[in-house]
Design a protein around this ligand. Structure first.
Ligand SMILES: [Zn+2]
Length: 238
């Protein structure tokens, strides 16, 4: 299977990283958001493969607050969310936040899921490595769920995701990547509910899966909406 066929099959409707980032600018521009009046908050995996997307978002929106943990999970909590909000510009008496949250996966030349080439390494590498490691523990039946102080983010990732997996099942990597996206989205929305005051702030929820191809990166869009003056509006990247 070619890369393109695998992308269409597993992540239909994906757009390039550039079109995703600038599509959010166009879509949110219709609702009063722009670079100077908005702070972008970005959660992607720590993997350097996600850097081009994070850079594209920063080119589109300006310097972003870093929400990232392994796999793009949101472990910064209310304190992190509130810090970002305290850095936001206040224009016309309102603050505006654009919250990005993405899981990620590589697709190889032949459409192999999870495989990518990395400079200076002969053997293929895995992405997302944190999810592949979790999946390996699941398939080998020796899952450790206690909080390991020497492996905090991976412990939290496993604790957060295990409840989304049916007992005894080992999801394939595409499914696990989408489950991770769903958890990121849920955590984003819950913490927004706990920290954002719609009476004084507008915000956008922009989620998806970052797919790394052999030659370019893509985004499979997930939730795309804004809450403006307390009212939810759906966004299209168009
Ligand atoms: Zn990763």
């Amino acid at each position: 299977m070619s890369f393109q066929r695998a992308l269409d099959e597993h992540f239909p409707g994906s757009v390039t990283e550039h079109d995703f980032a600038w599509g959010t600018v166009r879509a949110l521009g219709e609702h009063g958001f722009d670079g100077p009046n908005t702070i972008a908050c970005v959660s992607v995996c720590r993997d350097e493969l996600t850097r081009p997307l994070a850079d594209e978002i920063q080119k589109a929106w300006g310097e972003a607050f870093n929400f990232s943990s392994l796999a793009g999970m949101l472990f910064l909590g209310k304190t992190g969310f509130l810090s970002a909000q305290h850095h936001a510009p206040r224009v016309g008496g309102r603050e505006r936040y654009a919250f990005f949250g993405l899981s990620h996966v590589a697709l190889g030349n032949e459409g192999e899921v999870g495989l990518c080439a990395r400079p200076g390494r002969d053997e293929p590498s895995a992405a997302c490595g944190a999810l592949v490691a979790f999946r390996t523990e699941l398939s080998e039946g020796h899952l450790r769920l206690e909080l390991d102080p020497d492996d905090v983010e991976q412990s939290l990732l496993k604790q957060r995701l295990i409840g989304r997996i049916r007992y005894g099942e080992v999801p394939d990597l595409v499914t696990l990547t989408k489950l991770t996206h769903d958890a990121i989205r849920e955590d984003l929305e819950r913490t927004i509910g706990q920290t954002v005051d719609p009476a004084k702030s507008d915000c956008a929820v922009l989620t998806g899966v970052n797919v790394h191809g052999p030659d370019a990166g893509y985004v499979w869009p997930g939730a795309l909406y804004a809450v403006v003056s307390g009212k939810r509006v759906e966004l299209a990247l168009g």
